[in-house]
Design a protein around this ligand. Sequence first.
Ligand code: ZN
Ligand code: ZN
Length: 424
Amino acid sequence: MHMNFKETLQKPVNYIKNMYHKDTSTGTDAGDYKIPHFPYKDRYIYDVANYSSVLNNILQTIQTELFKNGWEFIPKYEYICTSCGREYDHEPEQKNDEGVPICSNCGNIVTKPDKSSIRNVKKQLRRDVNYNNQTLTEVLKEIEWDLDAYDSAYLYLEKNYEHDSDGKLVNTEIDEIVKLQPIRMRIIKNDRGMPATDQKGDSIRFCPEHRGKKTKRDYCEQCGRETLPTYFVKEKGEEKKYFSNDEVKHLKKYRPTEPYGWSPVIPLWQKIHILYFMNRDKPPKGPKNFAKYTEMRNGLKKEVDSTYGVMPLFQGNLEGVGGLNNEGQEITITNSAMRKGQEVFNKKLFPWLCDQLSLEHWTIELNEVETRDVAQEKQQINQRRIQNAVQMSQIGFNVELDEKEDNKYVSFKYSGKAEKPSEQ
Ligand SMILES: [Zn+2]
Ligand SMILES: [Zn+2]
């Protein structure tokens, strides 16, 4: 039996109504921290991200595109003064008697960032970074997935701590790099926004050996080791595990002003569910109903796409072949979404990671990836330039390919004079 347009939509609408929970307060107080509250349980957000094929396709595309060209160590500056620390983005003009560039501030010798300091770290990071045999890129891709699904992701550096006989912390070493499950993580802050602090203003600390317990003391009551300030806690039922801000980096992408971010799935939730049922169920009968149905579905899909900054790879694909089964449709990321996505890593995650790796003079950046819209624009410009060259040659100029310019665009050199139009 075929249903009409309205009946077709009744099922997803009822389904969504049942999922919505009414408590939309900003967060439940749990003493040292707030438990985030979204209009939908975070478990549902997780399920939608994982089981909606429309969303899965989008999240996978973003994940693949952002990391397509890998990452690289980048020096933070060209030169640095060995004495006063002034940084230069070019070689200083002043030189000493031996012709070595010197600092314009203090006159001491400047040097380039030392490559040997990254050699070992590079080797470490190119190998597996955890006991699940994941590379750094694989961990970062998981972080990106969490950002797109929850707008909240946590990178964890599991460290080995070395203490002296007085319990003082003398050395730390990164053992593993993994991501933590965002729905279990809480940020420790008091009502005045002070991190790692309780309502009375006292520091909340934990012992790296006894992570399940918080303390106010600087040394652990159980083992005497130096404690660390606690910025995050992982909750699993009654079980708690505390972390410092040198161990965990919290990232947000879509709404960084919200303490726990704001997942794009929340506003898209209803649309994604309607799409799910529309893709699964038979469309209504009759050309008029079908047209309305297709138009609505394409509209919904477009809204989901634009929230994430993706677009269909082949325009006009939707209307063809009955317009069905667009869930597996090939999509691509826009240039602005690419930039926004890579920025989270380049500006927030890598500077922190390099600090933790004690790399003073270096940072890491994701290599740029040319997006489809940039490639298209380039093609259009080149086409116009070629057309122009053809016209110039037709009216009598000498046209020569200019190979000097970077290979981004074709370029031509013109010489000679335009021919006078021949009289007939
Ligand atoms: Zn100097
Ligand atoms: Zn302890």
